[in-house]
Structures are given as structure tokens and as C-alpha cells.
Design a protein around this ligand. Structure first.
Ligand code: CU
Length: 296
């Protein structure tokens, strides 16, 4: 009996230790394409840095749930081992599989249920409401950007100096010269900027409309605790805001297994310190002078 218990304990502890050693090593070993610039902050086995104004609430929820589950795991684990020993079959005792009726376990279940309900009503629902519904108003001067996913890249569409997005449609797509299918006859589209990089300014809210050209992807920016499924045929708005001191280079990832090269579907997000830095970058990324002859 004790030998079996010992074997089980060694297996469990050994398995946990192995996972603790192997999983960070595997994370380091991923061979996704690297960026030309250095990524800000460290990524390891724990939560990445949080540079958003709402992320601390998600982190509080994640951390509370993990600690709570840890306490439950240890508590129920101890109770489980106690039962194995206490009710085991041994000389003079027969194993008794009948459930035990005890007040302690009933009260423990009630406490767990109340705590979980409090988490749901007091923490999860308000955070969800703010993150999903608390869009910045136009008075708060949000930056608008369109995000178009495709296998296996992120495209960011900026409205250009006129502030208006050009009309876009699949019939205009040309994979060499017009990957987002911006209507060449729409004057608002002539100054639009399409880039594989997301450039924003610290402290200014961003509203991003996400859509996909092919399959379902997931727009994920871990440092913003932002994740939104990207569905072909749908334009889904998401919003975020960055902390005032968050300038740096960060990663945009795809969080939905979307095909063979899903692992390589990442993009650079640059948070600039000032709006003029963003404007300078937009200026440098502007399309070549709109050539009318090309469309004759
Ligand atoms: Cu993807």
C-alpha cells in the first residue's frame, strides 16, 4: 500500500519537475521569424509585461484564480491522501467505498461556490464590460486602424493624412500591388498606408477593426492582454489604450491555429513616445505618388 502511494507521489512530483524544466526551454526554442529590432520587456514562463491601461484587471483575475485553484488543489489533494490512508483495507478493516456524509465538506463546497460567484459578479463581468464595451468616444481622439489578417501575416491599414479609409473590397485585391483591395477609384484610398507594422502612441486610445481575408485567426497582443478572434466576412472592433510610459517594441501574435505556418504569424507593434514620432513613421510609410496613368 505505502509502496504504491510512494510510486504515485514520485510520478506526480517527477512529472511536474520535468514540465517546469522543459516548458520554458521549449518556449525559448521556438523558431518564429525574429524582428530587426529588440523586443521590449522579457517573455518567460510567467505573464509578459503589461503596458495597457486595463490589463491589470485581467491579471488580477488570472492571479486570483490561479492562487484559488492552487489552494483547492493542495486542500483536496491532502484530503484525497488522507482518505486513501484512513479507509484502506488492512487486517481487521475492510475497505469501505460508501460516501462519507460530513458537514465540513458541505461547508467547504458552499464557501467555494460563494467565492466563485463573487469572482464572476465582482471581477469578471465588470472587467469584461469595460474591455469589450467601454470604447473611447471621438472626443478622446482615438487612433483608428484596420487590421486585416491573412495566412500568415498581419496587415495594418491606416487612413492617411485625410483621415478617411479608402473603400476596400476583395474584387480589387492584387497580391503584388494592392494586398488589401483598396478601390483605386476612391480618392480617400490614394493616401492610405498599408504596413505590416502597428504604430501607435503611448496614452492615446486605439480602435482597431479586425477582419480576415481567409481563415479564422486571433488578433493577440499579449502585453495589452488583448485577444480577439478574427472572422472572415466580419469586421469586429476592439479597443485598447497604452500606459504613458510604455514606449517600446512589442509583439502582435496570432492566437488561433490557422494553418501550417501559424507559428510565424507575428508582427511588430511600436508604441511611440509622441504623436510626432508616429506621424514621422506614417510619412515614411506613405505610398508613392498616386499615378493616374497606371489605372488608364
Ligand atoms: Cu493566424
Amino acid at each position: 500500500m505505502y509502496r504504491n502511494l510512494l510510486r504515485m507521489l514520485i510520478l506526480v512530483i517527477g512529472g511536474c519537475a520535468l514540465m517546469a524544466i522543459v516548458s520554458p526551454a521549449m518556449a525559448q526554442d521556438a523558431t518564429a521569424p525574429s524582428f530587426d529590432v529588440e523586443i521590449t520587456g522579457t517573455y518567460g514562463p510567467f505573464l509578459p509585461p503589461d503596458v495597457s491601461t486595463t490589463g491589470h484587471q485581467s491579471d488580477l483575475l488570472i492571479n486570483t484564480l490561479h492562487w484559488f485553484m492552487g489552494v483547492l488543489f493542495v486542500g483536496w489533494g491532502i484530503f484525497f491522501v488522507y482518505c486513501l490512508v484512513k479507509f484502506r483495507q488492512r487486517p481487521g478493516h475492510k475497505a469501505d467505498p460508501k460516501p462519507v456524509k460530513a458537514k465540513v465538506s458541505k461547508y467547504a463546497e458552499i464557501v467555494v461556490a460563494v467565492f466563485e460567484a463573487a469572482l464572476l459578479v465582482g471581477l469578471s463581468i465588470p472587467v469584461w464590460a469595460e474591455v469589450k464595451e467601454g470604447f473611447p468616444t471621438e472626443e478622446e481622439n482615438p487612433q483608428h486602424v484596420r487590421v486585416v489578417a491573412e495566412q500568415f501575416a498581419w496587415n495594418f491599414h491606416y487612413p492617411g493624412p485625410d483621415g478617411v479609409f479608402g473603400r476596400a473590397g476583395p474584387q480589387f485585391i492584387d497580391m503584388a500591388s494592392n494586398i488589401l483591395g483598396i478601390d483605386p477609384d476612391d480618392e480617400h484610398g490614394a493616401d492610405d498606408i498599408v504596413s505590416g507594422e502597428l504604430h501607435v502612441v503611448a496614452g492615446r486610445p486605439v480602435i482597431a477593426d479586425v477582419t480576415s481575408k481567409d481563415v479564422i485567426h486571433s488578433f493577440s497582443i499579449p502585453v495589452l492582454r488583448l485577444k480577439q478572434d478574427v472572422i472572415p466576412g466580419m469586421r469586429i472592433p476592439v479597443w485598447f489604450n497604452t500606459k504613458d510610459d510604455s514606449a517600446g517594441n512589442y509583439e502582435v501574435a496570432c492566437a488561433q491555429l490557422c494553418g501550417n505556418n501559424h507559428y510565424s504569424m507575428r508582427a511588430l507593434m511600436v508604441i511611440h513616445a509622441t504623436q510626432s514620432d508616429v506621424d514621422a513613421w506614417l510619412e515614411s510609410a506613405k505610398p508613392e505618388e498616386f499615378d493616374e496613368d497606371e489605372f488608364d
